[in-house]
Design a binder for this molecule. Sequence first.
Ligand SMILES: [Zn+2]
Length: 326
Amino acid sequence: MSAPLPWQQPQWQKLLSSRERDSLPHALLVTGRSGVGKQRFAQQFAEVLLCSEQQAMPCGQCKGCRLIAAGSHPDLRIVAPIEDKRVISVDQIRELTHYLSLTALYGGYQVVIISPADLMNINAANSLLKTLEEPPAKTLLMLVSDRPAALSATIRSRCQVIHFERPATAVALEWLTTHQPEITAQSARTLLDLADGAPLKAAEMAARGIISQRTEMLDDLEKISAGRCDPIEITKKWLKLGKKESLYCVYGWLVDMVRMKMADQPPYLANTDVAMRLRKMAVEIELPLLYKRLDQVNEALRLSDNQSLNAELLLEGVLIGWTPRR
Ligand SMILES: [Zn+2]
């Protein structure tokens, strides 16, 4: 097993010392923005707790460790939405309650990870509350959530919160370039900006080829602004890449273009790798129009959480606004 992430050390050590004092809480609520490693942390802590060696790291050799590696440890349960469902149902929680009423097969802890916990529907949450109120001995429930506010206050009050802030940029960059040595320092910086500072999200974006995708999107945008391609076609293409990500990309470019308009040598740019190309586009656009586009993208981003709105129309509006005015 790999070591806990560098920015998770304080929380890791705290839990280990609770374990040593035999004072682990029955429930943890692991929070922080998407991509800081919450799920991984919960999984790693489950592993260390179920290792019979009881060291600071799992031994990797004992029966518990081997069962974990095979994904078949009977004392570890992971509860997540089933297949394409968007919720964790009451049946899933009832089944979990039944499971917790049995004793641990290997005589140690029974560990449960519920992730994302905020996807429990109201009945599921109520059902879990009973378990949280009268937890069986030697049980650890870990609720993982990016949106803890979506959980009821009663549930939150029954859990000890483990919160992860966005790590310091230098720490995140070092982890990213060590973890994925093929990423250049410059790309790492860009990825981290695109991922809003969350390193695991940045790594995942890198694996999906976001950097080259972004370059392709910039090609498209240049073509639209030169009147050389149809914004409606490009909208369809970008939607396949991901609506929100596409909008975030454009948003980041626009902000940099505004910075370029405001100063010859802007003190900070998020997209340094494509700065030359952005500067060229910025020259063609007056500042008020740039602000107007920024508003438009912002509004599209704001509305993009609303499932009932037509994503295609939103993005289309932004890209049509990019065509040259005749
Ligand atoms: Zn072990």
